[in-house]
Design a protein around this ligand. Structure first.
Ligand SMILES: NC(=O)c1ccc[n+]([C@@H]2O[C@H](COP(=O)([O-])OP(=O)(O)OC[C@H]3O[C@@H](n4cnc5c(N)ncnc54)[C@H](OP(=O)(O)O)[C@@H]3O)[C@@H](O)[C@H]2O)c1
Ligand SMILES: [Zn+2]
Ligand SMILES: [Zn+2]
Length: 359
């Protein structure tokens, strides 16, 4: 018989897990593996709440294996090192993002694209090399192979910096890969949530002109006044959408739910590119006419490799980019998830794990 999560490994761990598709999270005792030679043990300080966590706890993609401890925007302190670990010291502040393992030898791993490795292992709800299940950052500690741990720049705060580990790399990588960084070009950011608001900040650091495309008129003042966007377009206003036809060079779509992309494609100039990052459960509809007439491109992108994740953190440190966060206690997570489902967060919840996770 399989061992209970609490008895599987030697390091006793405590976190919050969802047990079924209600998505309700509650206290959960489990365990982490003993440090191997390449492993780093990390005391978790903060963990961001990504919409992917919400998709997962509610089993919106139909693949969740309960119990699930979510969390893949982790900042913590190194507490223990395996024998081969030379790049970190005990006491260092480090980050862990969306992945904790890959094959390390395929053509993607060999080109610093572990995120596209066919054997990619996610931080939670994924099976590790040893055959046991991974649990994420809504917990007191984690053990991670040093290759998948990043140095956290001194100037970045642990709470507002944590979301960069997913939201940050999710927008930085496609902007570079798809050539969406030419200063002065016009970027539309669809959905002003956790990923979207970081896209605005990183886009500004690349020198782009940015229009936020949103369903929430109440976000306009902050988008322009606080986040630095140049303009704001309410996507449910047909007249304003029409007035913006053919004005954008690039669009980053971060919407978490099914939505029409045809109106977004009309906003692009000829040769424009739309990169979709959201992961709605229901497929989007692609209108080929809108691509053909104007030679437009639609692409996707999934986080980024480890080398690029470190590069992104250093870039954000240099440009003083952090997320705008609402810091919550662990026992406020269910209310936070309800608010996240309603796009009611400015703009990322981050759990103060170290100060609020009490057994
Ligand atoms: N590709 C990747 O590597 C990657 C990484 C992280 C997350 N994701 C995915 O990206 C999506 C966004 O994540 P997030 O954490 O940024 O979520 P989020 O904070 O909930 O933001 C999503 C935003 O989308 C807009 N939105 C929500 N429902 C909508 C609807 N029905 N129609 C139009 N707009 C709607 C809202 O913005 P407005 O209020 O401004 O309209 C909302 O704030 C999720 O699906 C997540 O799983 C992908
Ligand atoms: Zn995420
Ligand atoms: Zn690989």
């Amino acid at each position: 018989m399989a061992k209970a999560p609490e008895d599987e490994h030697p390091q006793k761990t405590f976190g919050w897990a969802a047990r079924d598709s209600s998505g309700n999270l509650s206290p959960f005792h489990f365990s982490r593996r003993e440090n191997g030679d390449d492993d780093v043990a990390i005391k978790i300080l903060y963990c961001g709440v990504c919409h992917t966590d919400l998709h997962a706890v509610k089993n919106e993609w139909g693949v969740t294996r309960y119990p699930v401890v979510p969390g893949h925007e982790i900042v913590g302190i190194v507490t223990k090192l395996g024998n081969n670990v030379k790049k970190f010291n005990v006491g260092d502040r480090v980050g862990v993002g969306v992945m904790v393992g890959s094959c390390r030898s395929c053509e993607y791993c060999n080109q610093d694209m572990e995120n596209y490795c066919p054997k990619l292992i996610f931080t939670y709800d994924s099976i590790y090399h040893d055959g046991t299940k991974n649990y994420g950052g809504y917990s007191d500690m984690i053990v991670v192979d040093q290759f998948f741990v990043v140095r956290f720049p001194d100037s970045l705060p642990s709470d507002a910096g944590a979301p960069l580990l997913c939201a940050g790399i999710t927008v930085y990588s496609p902007m570079k890969y798809y050539g969406m960084t030419e200063p002065g070009k016009h970027l539309g950011v669809v959905g002003l949530g956790g990923v979207g608001h970081v896209a605005v900040k990183i886009g500004k650091a690349f020198g782009l002109k940015i229009t936020v495309i949103s369903t929430s008129p109440s976000k306009e003042a902050e988008a322009i006044g606080k986040l630095g966007a140049d303009s704001f377009l309410v996507s449910t206003d047909p007249a304003k959408m029409k007035a913006s036809f053919g004005t954008m060079d690039y669009i980053i779509d971060t919407v978490s739910a099914f939505h029409a992309i045809a109106p977004l494609l009309t906003l692009l100039k000829p040769n424009g590119k739309l990169v979709t990052l959201g992961l709605p459960a229901k497929p989007l509809e692609l209108h080929s006419h809108l691509l053909v007439l104007g030679r437009k491109l639609v692409g996707g992108s999934d986080i980024g490799g480890m080398k690029e994740t470190q590069e992104m953190l250093d870039f954000c440190a240099k440009h003083n980019i952090t997320a705008d966060v609402e810091v919550i206690k662990m026992d406020e997570i269910n209310t936070a998830m309800d608010r996240l489902a309603k796009s009611d967060v400015r703009y990322r919840f981050v759990i103060d794990v170290a100060n609020s996770l009490s057994k």
